[in-house]
Design a protein around this ligand. Structure first.
Ligand code: ATP
Length: 334
């Protein structure tokens, strides 16, 4: 069985991008017998960006409920909160001590923050916490603690998987073959969804459509997706159209072709938005009911997460850290 690992940062409300890019494909994959799935709520990662406790807590519940509403079966997959696997931060320290600092200097997320500071005439590291700098090491620990084989990622994350391989290799070289070298799984068919403003939909950009927005809000948000000023009857470009890209992620091949023709024939933006709303609403409504039901029972969600963390630690985490502590020369705590 191939161990496949997927996490979502608990930094806000889950959105259509998380659904199309992570939740929907991961749940489909978990139903194939060759795959052993690991789904986690990346709440330690969230602390890099969100220092509002209520937001982290609320987001944890919302993202857990979203996974469950979309069909995750906690009896057949590993489902847990990152912060409950105490082996993860411990392993992150072991990896920190073999990770080349020069490699971390080149990580995209860190470099982007430095570039932004330079553009704004600030010192390189102004306002950047060491958590952002160390993020690839924590992510490596998420993967290596369970020796996951595959990590489905967008292209922007390939570099982080390469770093995890590098750290694992260095560790193996020093201390023996403890880690499998993980591989990035690039899902060519999984779209990156644009947000309301046309940039990548992201909790950080505040341009999201919440996955389980109530219907009227969903409609309002879809109607606020940016379009150009072409009038009804004027042909529209599908290329670069956020509206079209989102439609494509929810529609069948035939529906997408029909929409492509409608664009060429000059469909009014309002009409295209209505079609998009109806398509998304049809897919989401049954899931939204389950989501709302779960959100009314937060104690049940908690119980599932606590049980999930306990089981996965017993199955893998504790034994892995025992071996690793011995390997590096520390006392065995068990
Ligand atoms: P943040 O802004 O806090 O980083 P995010 O909303 O961009 O959050 P993550 O929590 O980092 O997303 O990502 C969780 C998963 O959702 C990842 O697998 C990621 O590839 C996927 N994902 C996030 N945004 C999109 C998007 N716009 N389109 C497709 N997939 C996405």
């Amino acid at each position: 069985q191939t161990r496949v690992l997927t996490g979502i940062t608990t930094s806000g409300t889950p959105h259509l991008g998380n659904y199309v890019g992570a939740i929907r494909p991961a749940i489909a994959a978990s139903r194939t017998p060759q795959v052993e799935s690991y789904y986690f709520l990346a709440d330690l990662h969230a602390l890099i960006k969100v220092q509002e406790p209520e937001r982290v807590q609320r987001s944890t519940l919302e993202i857990a409920a979203a996974w469950l509403a979309c069909g995750l079966d906690p009896a057949t997959v590993w489902f847990y909160r990152q912060s409950e696997i105490v082996e993860i931060p411990e392993l992150a320290w072991f990896l920190t001590c073999v990770a080349g600092k020069g490699i971390l200097n080149r990580a995209h997320a860190y470099k982007a923050a430095v570039d932004k500071n330079r553009e704004e005439g600030e010192d390189d590291d102004a306002g950047i916490n060491a958590g952002l700098f160390m993020y690839p090491v924590l992510m490596s620990a998420d993967i290596l603690v369970f020796n996951a084989h595959k990590v489905p990622v967008g292209r922007d994350q390939i570099q982080h998987i390469e770093m995890a391989r590098d750290f694992a290799q260095r560790f193996n070289h020093l201390y023996g073959e403890h880690f499998v070298l993980p591989e990035a799984l690039i899902e060519e068919n999984v779209a990156t969804l644009p947000g309301l403003d046309g940039r990548k939909m992201s909790k950080s950009y505040d341009n999201t459509i919440p996955l389980f927005a109530p219907r009227d809000q969903l409609k309002r948000l879809i109607y606020s997706i940016v379009t150009d000023s072409r009038l009804p009857g004027e042909p529209k470009d599908t290329e670069g159209s956020a509206l079209f890209q989102i439609y494509q992620a929810f529609a069948s091949e035939e529906e997408t072709q029909a929409m492509r023709r409608a664009f060429a024939d000059g469909i009014a933006w309002g009409e295209a938005k209505q079609a998009l709303f109806e398509r998304i609403d049809a897919e989401i409504t049954p899931l939204r009911e389950k989501y709302e039901d779960l959100m009314a029972r937060p104690q049940d969600i908690e119980a599932i997460l606590i049980d999930g963390a306990r089981r996965v630690r017993e199955r893998y985490g504790v034994g892995m850290m025992k071996r690793l502590r011995e390997a590096v020369g520390l006392r065995d705590l068990s």
